[in-house]
Design a protein around this ligand. Structure first.
Ligand code: PMT
Length: 402
């Protein structure tokens, strides 16, 4: 079956003996219906010839910044946009190190840096190189950057030593790629409300009280839920993000009151609500119709009133719906998150800490712990918000009653 029909894959090959397996991997991709562009490092060509790879892929292999015969520039930016997936197999310790540190001294690394798609890496090296702290540090950096590592296997290595470092077999790499592209329709038929972004509370026509939320976390959740087949209503405060899925109905709001109104309407129809918005807890008691003039005041005292608690309102009419909240804490994190979960009627709460430089407002990454009403607690490592969204939805799918 052509499981990869129509998919554009960049196959990156670096200079290790496992490169001989890349020809077979390429053959498997092609047989599964993918269009494959090979990008090989100068050392990679010492292990397998571009002629073999070009014959198998039906395309000239890209290796240098400029084509040898025509002098034409190979655009890594175009390649990066073309691909649906980039797979680097084998990835040597050197290539992994360059990827982790942005050392763009060959076509493979520049293409990696320009790739807009998901990236998978199948390392291959000797056991000592694999175990070295610098390799492990680089691997962990790549994971934080959202790269998927296809762990090497153990066994006899090309050096005749035995240990971990063998590139994963091509059939298994193909399976991982097929799994990546398989449409997971686990949320088909479900309606999900997501709140995202900050709220802005007007002081006058030119000033407001707001916060640093970018909406990245909430938008990632909305996109992932839609990718799993859910009908998503995304109620968002003012952010600079676009949605890309057709499965998302986006409603833009500004203040907490507007967010409450829209969230309550959507909640009626929903199976679950995920409240990732950073709602302003207070709003000015009055909003001036005209700009407050600096010249007319020595100072300014604003009287603030409490905003409605959206979570609490939804919790009160929850019925058998699932309600998931977030907690953004600076101290006594677990205690505070537990207290919030109980007070607001959440089934599950996602705790992110402002103490962690990889977590929180306006970052592309987050580091969360998930606490459930049944007492279960799971701590996740820091990863891209798109990956955190998957963890959150996986946990919601496991909740009883969903
Ligand atoms: O948008 P990003 O830049 O990607 O950042 C993501 C994030 C840090 C904003 C997000 O991960 C997050 O933690 N959101 C919740 C922030 C927050 O307001 O936490 P809180 O502890 O004040 O509120 C607890 C829960 O009650 C939240 O689910 C919140 O949406 C909800 N709430 C709070 C106040 C209020 N008036 N109404 C609410 O519904």
């Amino acid at each position: 079956m052509q499981t990869l029909k129509g998919k554009h894959i960049i196959l990156g090959i670096s200079g290790g003996i496992a490169a001989y397996k890349s020809a077979y991997l390429l053959r498997l991709f092609i047989k599964a219906g993918a269009e494959v562009q090979v990008v090989i490092t100068p050392n990679g060509k010492q292990f397998i010839t571009p002629a073999t790879l070009a014959a198998l892929s039906g395309k000239p292999v890209v290796s240098e910044f400029f084509a040898a015969n025509t002098g034409e520039w190979h655009s890594h930016v175009d390649l990066g946009l073309w691909s649906d997936l980039m797979v680097i197999a084998p990835a040597t310790a050197s290539t992994i190190g360059k990827m982790a540190n942005g050392v763009a001294d060959n076509m493979l690394i520049t293409t990696y840096l320009s790739a807009k798609s998901h990236v998978m890496v199948a390392p291959a090296m000797d056991l000592d190189m694999w175990a070295h702290p610098s390799t492990q540090r680089n691997i962990s950096t790549l994971q934080q950057d959202g790269v998927e590592i296809i762990q090497p296997g153990s066994g006899e290595l090309a050096s005749h030593l035995t240990g971990k470092g063998r590139m994963e077999e091509p059939e298994e790499i193909l399976r991982r790629v097929e799994q990546y592209f398989s449409v997971k329709e686990s949320l088909k038929g479900k309606k999900i409300l997501v709140t995202a972004g900050p709220t802005y509370e007007n002081i006058d026509p030119v000033r407001f009280i707001g916060n640093y939320s970018s909406g990245k976390m909430g938008f990632a959740i909305a996109e992932e839920a839609a990718a799993r087949g859910a009908e998503v209503t995304l109620v968002t405060g003012p952010v600079a993000l676009q949605t890309s899925s057709n499965g998302i109905k986006r409603i833009n709001v500004r203040s907490a009151k507007q967010m409450l109104e829209e969230a309550e309407k959507a909640f009626e129809e929903c199976d679950a609500a995920i409240l990732s918005a950073a709602v302003a807890d207070y709003a000015p008691k009055e909003c001036h119709d005209t700009k407050i003039k600096r010249e007319k005041t020595d100072g300014l005292t604003l009287e603030l009133v409490k905003n409605p608690d959206i979570a609490f309102h939804l919790g009160a009419k929850k019925g058998n719906r699932i309600l998931v909240g977030f907690a953004l804490e600076t101290d006594h994190e677990h205690e505070n998150a537990m207290e919030k979960m109980n007070r607001k009627g959440f089934d599950m709460i996602v705790l992110n800490s402002l103490q962690n430089p990889l977590a929180g407002f306006n970052k592309d990454t987050n580091q969360v712990s998930i606490l459930k009403k049944n007492g279960e607690e799971i701590e996740f490592e820091a990863k891209r918000k798109t990956e955190v969204a998957k963890d959150i939805l996986d946990q919601i799918e496991e909740l009883e009653g969903f």
